[in-house]
Design a protein around this ligand. Structure first.
Ligand code: IPM
Ligand code: MG
Length: 356
């Protein structure tokens, strides 16, 4: 089992180090190879996703990814910005299916910004299409507008687009996931305004014919954003496009207490996967030893389950995380009165201890 370890920037290095410790403590045989990615790779090799890093990722059975990005790279041309590394990995490896579970652990009910009764017992799964939509649509760019009421003015544009096969395959993934859970799928679109998402909705309805046991509901993205804070437990599985999924998954993370708790898996059709916390590189707290490593540790559990066929090891990690939460250990993002404030390393080490 070969794991490519790509810590990246900011808190990425700190949180990935803890997840690696947890993986090493399982007593399984992994080959782990580290490589630079994002701003760190740009500094060393002049590119956020060097050929060597991409090749390592392609060869590996799974990729453990930290986070990329730092404000100091905001002025670089887009192709050299750290974010291009994660987008490039997703595109090059065909990682089209992004799983972002939002689970509110009982111990963290008080850490959510919503009332306890709204989030207690919450367990939803957002499935975000990850290699299409306005993120990758061509053309995009800047130009001088040739016509219209602002003739001759500069403009910028991106293209929202989805092809039939892209929608079909993510719909199948979502129906199959829903089938294994509460059998309820909400497809989030903006069919009332966007052609792309009327097409999305039409195709999801077609694919539904093959999954009559799953209840399908359609919801406009603005309403979905509202329902997520109004009645989050009314959802089971949500499937949506790349852009809406990016936004809704950040929103959903807050239901669980902190974005520092939200793991993710990005899979291709061969079940090769990239596993990363749903949060970013948080340059404001990088190097301070206060970042929450649990999202990354839980991502490692997803990796064991989805790509490495080690479901028992995944269960062990998840049980260990629950145990440290029950012990009252909290990084600052999930701290509340009466609990014990710990740093990144202490949290990682507590999970390792709880595995035993
Ligand atoms: C995410 C992030 C990325 C995205 C950024 C870092 C490119 O926000 O994984 O949600 O927009 O997909
Ligand atoms: Mg995001």
């Amino acid at each position: 089992m070969k794991i490519a370890v790509l810590p990246g920037d900011g808190i990425g290095t700190e949180i990935v180090a803890e997840a690696v410790k947890v993986l090493q403590a399982l007593g399984l045989k992994f080959e782990m190879e580290h490589a630079l990615v994002g701003g760190a790779a740009y500094e060393a090799h002049g590119h956020p996703l060097p050929e060597s890093t991409l090749n390592l990722a392609k060869q590996a059975d799974a990729i453990l990814f930290g986070a990329v990005g730092d404000w100091k790279y905001d002025k670089l041309e887009r192709a050299l910005r750290p974010e291009q590394a994660i987008l490039g990995l997703r595109k090059n490896l065909g990682l089209f299916a992004n799983f972002r579970p939002a689970i509110c652990y009982e111990q963290l009910v008080g850490a959510s910004s919503l009332k306890p009764e709204l989030v207690s017992g919450l367990d939803i799964l957002i499935i975000r299409e990850l290699t299409g939509d306005i993120y990758f649509g061509q053309p995009r760019g800047r130009r001088s507008s040739p016509d219209g009421s602002f003739a001759g003015a500069d403009e910028a544009f991106d293209t929202m687009r989805y092809t039939r096969p892209e929608i079909e395959r993510i719909a199948h993934v979502a129906f199959q996931a829903a089938r294994k859970r509460g059998k309820k799928l909400t497809s989030v679109d903006k069919a009332n305004v966007l052609e792309t998402f009327q097409f999305w909705k039409d195709i999801v309805i077609e694919v539904h014919a093959q999954y009559p046991d799953v209840e399908l509901q359609h919801m406009y993205v603005d309403n979905a954003a509202m329902q997520l804070v109004k009645a989050p437990k009314s959802f089971d599985v949500i499937v949506t496009g790349n852009m809406f999924g990016d936004i809704l998954s950040d929103e959903a993370s807050m239901l669980t207490g902190s974005i520092g708790m939200l793991p993710s898996a990005s899979l291709n059709s061969a079940n090769q996967g990239l596993y990363e916390p749903s949060h970013g590189s948080a340059p404001d707290i990088a190097g301070k030893g206060v970042a929450n490593p649990l999202a990354t540790i839980l991502s490692a559990a997803m990796m064991l389950r989805f790509s490495l066929n080690q479901p028992e090891a995944a269960d062990r990690i998840e049980a260990a995380v629950k145990k440290v939460l029950t012990q009252g250990l909290r990084t600052p993002d999930i701290y509340s009165e009466g609990t014990t404030r710990v740093g990144t390393r202490e949290m990682g080490e507590a999970v390792v201890k709880a595995l035993a």
